[in-house]
Write a protein that binds this ligand. Structure first.
Ligand SMILES: Cc1cc2nc3c(=O)[nH]c(=O)nc-3n(C[C@H](O)[C@H](O)[C@H](O)COP(=O)(O)O)c2cc1C
Length: 334
């Protein structure tokens, strides 16, 4: 069934196929009476219970519209976003491309999302569904119209609106498609940003677990410095990693222009980064390993290199609806 559906979906423009899949998931949720979760290698981090380690990565359900679907498909968590303070359309289309010879995607979406207020409403409606049980991460970023010097205010606004609805919050300073965003990984800018969010968090009666998502294109010293700053501001963990701007070792024709590569070609780079950061900071930070998890073997390698939790996006696009359940049952049987 999936192989036929995949052939049809892959005939469509990649973003149109994504939007159709989201629409059908939204419609089908009314038919789901069960609240089944896939309880395999459960773990509790920061007081949050994860029924299994494999989550859906940020960017798929940017507006938090299909939460129950991800649980139903076997994922142990979902990261909504990236959400920005202001609603925005993102870059002009086409902006999402499949690279099937590489088992990869190239995207230059640039945080198309409904904005923090509307996403909060979307999540609020679904959180009270008794069937829904998996943790929700909310990933926040900077609105395109906000100048970089005012980034912290913009992040703080999203954080204030969304934190109550999140089991953990991810500060995204690593998407390649928002001009200047990655400069927030630089020491002074990162300190300024984390100071604002972390202080806002500490003012809450129940502070939320905070994580930082980094780019795989950082040099090792710069990545270690980001980890050190995360520890300094009492963050709980790192998400390693976002997409890469590198175009190394890609086969076939690659669309011109900017954008981040995800999927198989990102695996080695993001896993190496995970490994050295974990070796240095395992006692102080938890790690979400993401980048090129396409099957059970790549998932297991991420775990061996220090991931406490896993996430995937591109693997799910290529493998289809049984992706999470197949990986989890293979991990269980090994
Ligand atoms: C189409 C697309 C959109 C994405 N949007 C976001 C986003 O909004 N925020 C974010 O932090 N990461 C975003 N990502 C990055 C993913 O969350 C993930 O870090 C990256 O794709 C590597 O994982 P993968 O190889 O399993 O896809 C996006 C990835 C893709 C392919």
């Amino acid at each position: 069934m999936w192989s036929i559906a995949k052939k049809l979906l892959f005939l469509l423009d990649a973003e149109l196929a994504h939007d159709l899949a989201m629409q059908s998931l939204k419609l089908s949720k009314v038919c789901w009476s069960s609240s089944t979760t896939y309880e395999i290698f459960p773990r509790t981090l920061w007081g949050v219970h994860f029924v299994n380690p494999l989550g859906l990565a940020a960017g798929f359900d940017k507006n938090g519209e299909c939460l129950l679907a991800w649980q139903r498909l076997g994922f142990g968590s979902v990261e909504v976003g990236t959400v920005t303070a202001l609603a925005q359309p993102g870059n002009p289309q086409p902006r999402l491309f499949r690279l099937p010879q590489n088992q990869a995607l190239l995207n230059r979406l640039s945080f198309n999302n409904m904005g923090a207020e509307q996403v909060a409403k979307n999540i609020e409606k679904q959180r009270c569904d008794v069937r829904f049980k998996i943790p929700i991460g909310i990933n926040i970023g900077k609105s395109n119209v906000t100048p970089l010097k005012d980034a912290a205010k913009d992040y703080r606004q999203s954080f204030t609106v969304l934190a109550d609805l999140a089991d953990y919050v991810v500060i995204n300073v690593s998407s390649p498609n928002t001009p200047g965003l990655r400069d927030l990984q630089e020491k002074k800018a990162l300190r300024g940003l984390l100071d604002v969010i972390s202080s806002e968090n500490q003012r809450r009666s129940h502070p939320k677990p905070l994580l930082l998502k980094l780019a795989p294109d950082l040099h090792r010293d710069a990545a270690m410095q980001c980890a050190e700053i995360a520890v300094e501001f009492l963050l709980n963990g790192l998400v390693i990693s976002n997409t890469t701007v590198a175009r190394d070792n890609l086969r076939g024709e690659i669309p011109d222009g900017l954008g981040g590569i995800s999927g198989a070609p990102l695996f080695e780079k993001s896993t190496q980064m995970l490994s050295y950061l974990h070796q240095a900071y395992a006692s102080k930070l938890n790690f979400i390993g993401v980048g090129g998890i396409m099957d059970a073997l790549s998932a297991q390698i991420k775990l061996k290199n220090g991931a406490d939790l896993l996430q995937s996006y591109t693997g799910f696009i290529y493998a289809g609806p049984f992706f999470a359940r197949n990986i989890l049952s293979s991990l269980e049987s090994w």
